[in-house]
Each structure stands twice: as structure tokens, then as C-alpha cells.
Design a protein around this ligand. Structure first.
Ligand SMILES: [Zn+2]
Length: 130
């Protein structure tokens, strides 16, 4: 049985990050790619964390990834699973695993993105077993 859904606080995007949330509202997951070195990264930054180039651009990710690590927060009113998911494209993002039995989550498990509404803000990417 799926646990109760947790209310997610609204993110407060800065102008730099706004395209990420605009895309999320359309069900698309974006990651930044560096035009200089070709590396993709997340969280989105204006400057490439690998080579410090400012030639970063938005690219759409597949939304597929694997669980790198996770922790189930149980000592809160509505338990939730906090995780790092490594995207197919390479970057690892901090996120939540949702819509599943938390006891069944495993490191290395395949997951896919699912966007969840927030309290008065843009939707955020979370992941569910693929
Ligand atoms: Zn770079």
C-alpha cells in the first residue's frame, strides 16, 4: 500500500532556475549541459561545475534513473523517502521516492520521474519505481 502523500513546500526559484520549473510544469525534466566540456550537471548552475565555463544550456533528460542512496524519514507526521537518484544522463539529484512501499526501495533500483504538486508553487520532480 502506498503511504499517504506529503505536502511539499513550494520551491522558490531564482531567475536562473526558472526554466527548470517552467519545464517541470509541463512534465519535463531538464538538466544543464556544458557546451564547453559536454558534462551534464544538477542542481542547475550558470557556471559549469566541471570546467567553470559559463556556456551551459538546458537539455531535456529522459526522466529515468537509478537509486544511488536513500533514507526513509519515519519520525515525522507523514513519512517520506529522501533519495539521491542518478539520472541516465549522469547527474545525481536529491529527490523523494514516492507512490511506493518505502520498505521495498533498494539501492540500484530503476526509477522514473513523476512530478508532484507543491503548496502554491511549481511542481517538483520526484521518482517512483520504474
Ligand atoms: Zn564544462
Amino acid at each position: 500500500m502506498s503511504p499517504q502523500a506529503r505536502a511539499i513546500p513550494a520551491p522558490q526559484p531564482t531567475p536562473d532556475i526558472q526554466p527548470f520549473y517552467d519545464a517541470a510544469a509541463q512534465g519535463k525534466l531538464l538538466v544543464k549541459k556544458c557546451a564547453a566540456c559536454g558534462e551534464r550537471h544538477h542542481y542547475p548552475r550558470a557556471i559549469c561545475p566541471f570546467c567553470f565555463s559559463d556556456r551551459t544550456e538546458w537539455t531535456e533528460a529522459s526522466g529515468r534513473g537509478t537509486v544511488y542512496s536513500f533514507s526513509v524519514m519515519r519520525r515525522v507526521p507523514v513519512p517520506y523517502a529522501l533519495a539521491y537518484v542518478t539520472l541516465e544522463e549522469g547527474p545525481t539529484m536529491m529527490t523523494n521516492i514516492v507512490d511506493c512501499d518505502f520498505d521495498a526501495i533498494r539501492v540500484g533500483q530503476k526509477v522514473k520521474v513523476v512530478f508532484k504538486p507543491t503548496e502554491g508553487g511549481p511542481p517538483v520532480p520526484t521518482f517512483t519505481p520504474a
